[in-house]
Design a protein. Sequence first.
Length: 95
Amino acid sequence: MTDQRPTQLFAPGLFEGKVVLVTGAAGGVGAAVAELLFSLGARLALTDLDASALANWTDRGAVVIPADLRRVDDCEQVVAGTLAELGRVDALVSR
């Protein structure tokens, strides 16, 4: 019996041109989700308390917005910054 499983789970370019806001993007699951979405063509807005861990993303074209999402003002700044830089939000991944 031959193995019929696909070699890749998601179609290349699946998120091409889509804007995705990822919270908790500095490490763990959030960072892995950001990497996957980026590889699938997403334009990213990334937020986390640890701004230094997100610094490498600016060279890759992502919008990085340090924030403490326990604060309403910070949440509003994340959304406003994403809209100002990328024009819209197509999806949110909240970690």
